[in-house]
Design a protein around this ligand. Sequence first.
Ligand code: ADP
Ligand code: MG
Length: 371
Amino acid sequence: MKVTLENLTKVFPSRNKKKKADVTAVKDFTFEIPDGKLVGLLGPSGCGKSTTLYMISGLEKPTSGKIFFGDTDVTDTPPEKRGIGLVFQNYALYPHLTVEENIMFPLQNLKGKDKLSREQMAAKVADAARLVAIEELTDRKPSELSGGQQQRVAIARALVKTPQVLLLDEPLSNLDARLRLQTREEIRRIQKETGITTIFVTHDQEEAMSISDIIVVMREGVVQQTGAPQEIYDKPKNLFVAKFLGTPPINVFNGRVSGGALTFGDDVLFNVDGVSDGEYYVGIRPEGFILSESGAFRASLRAVSVMGRDITVVSSHTAMTGSEVRSIVNSEHISRVGEDTVRFDVNPKKVYIFDKNTEMTVPFETKGGAK
Ligand code: ADP
Ligand code: MG
């Protein structure tokens, strides 16, 4: 089911009656979620992800704008009539019911022509339990399950009515690191297997990158960029998106373009075309540094940590906006690290120039220069 959001806006009235500062949780969100895709809604805490999800589910009413499921306007349709499955961070299982009863719960409220027999319900529960690989656990109570297993039960419960749209709000946040990894792969598998259009909310960029067909990056209620994970990583539209995606994060410098050359302090990196002279923020991805004894980028060495194939070089540079420069380089080049200094060539493909006022990406071209 295709889901279309049209100028979706949610304003919460101020809780403080004296200071009338309303909160615009979501502002003018327009987007089409293609049928059968998994969309990762990504952004820092408080940026409006849950509010967006709750509007899609019908739990929150938009202040303005519209929501369509397929060609049907569902903006005023109550949640139970939208054909959605919802999964929250905290599982929200009924503690006194068994796993089977928990999964069956949404089916028991079906009325009229939708009403199911006990056998039909049991068959659907068995299917959902199989899908999330908990068929052995259906007699247990939630307290007898691990966090990961409880979340699988919650997912099975969301799937049992075969929803048209599956909505997941930070479903992995309560799990430990290993389970988080495993469960996100499971969610991806289930989504592919069922083909259900899915919206997955997370503040974890790595999680969003690994699981999504499309990522929507939000900040303070406003969509910053939408696209395939790799595309957003490679072509961030602004400094915020560039900084939000990638581990270790992008290194941001106070750079300058003068006479067509990109420079950091005394270091002249390479020539850039199409950028007017001036001061800029310049981002370099950690993998954009290449150890080289004659490299134009000269930094003070702080630490080297070897992680098998790659090494992380931590250095400092006067033009750096943060405390240290993090680069990830090939371990075969380790001999090029000097005693107190380290020099790099910089791959222009991993370099981004941002306007200092708008923080928007400034496109540029390179001729020759470091490569
Ligand atoms: P996220 O899920 O991205 O962390 P939310 O959608 O929960 O963000 O919240 C977005 C903004 O809206 C926040 O500033 C939050 O404080 C505010 N907000 C959320 N729900 C309410 C509410 N019921 N009443 C008032 N403000 C709210
Ligand atoms: Mg939230």
